[in-house]
Structure formats: C-alpha cells, structure tokens
Design a protein around this ligand. Structure first.
Ligand code: PEP
Ligand code: MN
Length: 345
C-alpha cells in the first residue's frame, strides 16, 4: 500500500502516518520527492485498510498495490488453472490447453425436449450439457423452470448422452439439492453479488460457473469469485455474458476485452456466452468466433430443437444451419490457437 501526501503536507503529518502504521505492526518507508512525499507500507494490507489513513492530516491518497482478490489473482498464482467437471470417462477439462463447448437448452422444459437438445449439442461438439431448472426470469409471469423435476431430467439426460451437466442455482437453500444432481453449479448474472449464495456454492464441493453481473466491473466479478474461493473451492470458471450499456441493438453488449483482461488478472478459466449476450441467433456464431480468437477457454450456447416453441429465450437458440456453423467454428478455430477441442460426433 502507498500513502501519497499533499504537496503542502508538514513533516509532522508524515510522522503521524508512520507512527500509526508502526503502532499497527507495519513498516513505513518514506520517500521525499521534489513535489511531494510518498510513504510505502509493508505489512497486513487489510489491517492498513482499517486505519483510515486517508482521513489523517496532509494525506492526499491511499493506493493499494496488490490486488484485493488474493486467491483468484494471477499475481499470487501465475499458473493458469484447469477446472475438471464430471467423473471418469466423461470428465471435461476447462482451461488453457483445451477449448470446451457447453451447450443445451436455456431451460429444461420436458424430457423429450432435453434429450433432443442434448443430442444436438453433442453432435455439434459439446462436451458439457447446460439446462436451467430454476430460471431467474425478469417477469414473475414468465416460465420459472421445472425446479426439482428439471434437475432430475437434466441429470438423467446427461447420463444417457454421456455428458456432465451444469445448471443454475438461484437460492442458497437449494445448493445441496442442485449439487446432488449437477456436476457444476452456475451462478447467474442476477446473483453475481448474492454473497450468501456464493458462500454456499463455495462450500459444496462442485465446480462453479460464475457469470458476470449485468453491471459488474471485472474487479467486482473477481471479488465475487473470491467469495467462492474463500470457502475452499478454487474450481471456478468465469463466464462473460454481456453487460448493460446504452446500446439497445443487442440484448447486452458482449465485453470481449474481458477475456484477455481476465487472463492477465486471474488464473481462472474464462468462457463466453454469446447467446445471452446478444439475445439474437444470427449473432451467436460471429461472437463465438470472436471469443475463440480472444483466447476464451470455451463458449456456452443455447440450443433448442424447436426454438419457435421454446418457453425461454427462443430467439437466441441455435439449431439447423446456425448450429452447424457453430460446430464448424469450434472444430476449426481453437486448434489454430493450440487448443484441443471436443470433436463433433
Ligand atoms: C442462463 O445461462 O440460463 C442465464 C439465465 O444466463 P444469465 O444469468 O447470464 O442471464
Ligand atoms: Mn436464458
């Protein structure tokens, strides 16, 4: 931590800062420049944060040098993490050596729809099946998901097609139930800063897919990941899914720069969801290609056998030619960047 003094700070002001830091068990190193004095602090940064140094006379600013997100920071952990999802033969790796396609219906609607969507996803090269049983809908009148029955369907279809499954949990009370049925727990955009939920998913021993909050900065997102990590779970995959901007041509604005930015700031894998970012089927493939080019460790897309009859997010769901184009992009592009990929079957 660095304390920057005002240009007209008195020597007594500098001594007061040093005394307060030393009384708290830290060390303070004073450098006097031509215009102003700065004081470097060594010791417990969190403790320094409680000293209210900014309020002392003559202090202009107090700056953190190390990242506040410690466990997920790349500073403290330079090797990139690979997160493994599922067990045995169907285990899926998400990390720097691979490119992972996660696909499936936005919502589990029925057994038949989920089976058909899973088959489409698998044929397109997906190795991890998605599907929502608890849907956090903007309108209370919209389809809210099948709940427990949806979890059972998803788990059963995952076993049938040989894919581990990821599904969203929206309530801390449901974490154990969802963890019984799912290989990976998703925290959605609306819950990125639901700290009780983050702590609960961090404690249950399943990998976590943490989507970016609609209005969250990258740092806030990493602090949310820190809540999960702090509970002993470092198996976290970050998912960029678009943020809210002034632009209305797309549902949200995909922040593609978040991919290389996060890779520099954190050791956690990063995937991109171009379906929820754009809300429009015709944009999903171009944005998926952009995500691959930007270095994403995977993409997650909505797939539906009959998008026109989907109970949730039909306009962004892929099938037919769009899904074939996505499969081709996912097969051809990642190997050009040195990544292994699941082959279409
Ligand atoms: C989802 O992936 O099903 C979903 C609801 O996404 P988001 O939280 O990004 O809106
Ligand atoms: Mn959706």
């Amino acid at each position: 931590m660095v304390v920057v003094m005002d240009t007209d700070a008195a020597a007594a002001d500098v001594s007061a800062v040093v005394a307060k830091v030393e009384a708290a068990g830290g060390s303070a190193f004073v450098s006097r420049g031509v215009a102003r004095t700065i004081i470097g602090l060594v010791g417990d940064v969190e403790l320094f944060g409680t000293l209210n140094l900014r309020s002392l006379s003559g202090v202009s600013d107090v700056l953190r040098v190390s990242a506040p997100y410690k466990l997920v920071s790349r500073q403290n952990h330079p090797t990139m993490t690979t997160v493994y999802v599922g067990a045995d033969d169907n285990r899926v790796a998400i990390g720097p050596a691979t490119f992972t396609l996660i696909a499936g219906p936005c919502a589990v609607e029925s057994e038949e729809q989920t089976v058909r969507a899973a088959q489409l996803a698998k044929a397109a090269g997906a190795t991890l099946l998605r599907g929502g049983a608890y849907k956090p809908r903007t309108s209370p009148y919209a389809f809210q998901g099948l709940g427990r029955r949806g979890l059972e369907i998803l788990a059963q279809v995952g076993r049938e097609v040989g894919m581990p499954v990821v599904t969203e949990v929206v309530d801390a009370h449901d974490v154990d139930l969802v963890a019984e049925h799912a290989d990976m727990l998703q925290v959605g955009t609306r819950n990125m800063q639901n700290f009780a939920l983050l702590q609960a998913v961090g404690s249950v021993g399943r990998p976590v897919l943490l989507k970016r909050g609609l209005q969250a900065t990258v740092e806030e997102w990493l602090m949310a990941a820190e809540y999960v990590a702090q509970r002993g779970n470092l198996d976290i995959v970050l998912c960029e899914r678009g943020i809210r901007t002034f632009e209305t041509a797309t549902r949200n604005t995909l922040d593609i720069s978040a991919v290389p930015v996060l890779h520099a700031m954190s050791h956690l894998p990063v995937v991109v969801d171009p379906s929820h970012a754009s809300g429009r089927r015709e944009l999903v493939v171009p944005l998926a290609r952009a995500a691959i080019a930007a270095g994403a460790d995977g993409v997650m897309v909505d797939v539906h056998p009959e998008p026109e009859n989907a109970l949730c997010d039909g306009p962004q769901a892929l099938e037919g030619d769009d899904l074939r184009a996505l499969a081709e992009a996912v097969r051809i592009l990642p190997p050009l960047l040195g990544r292994r990929t699941g082959q279409p079957r």
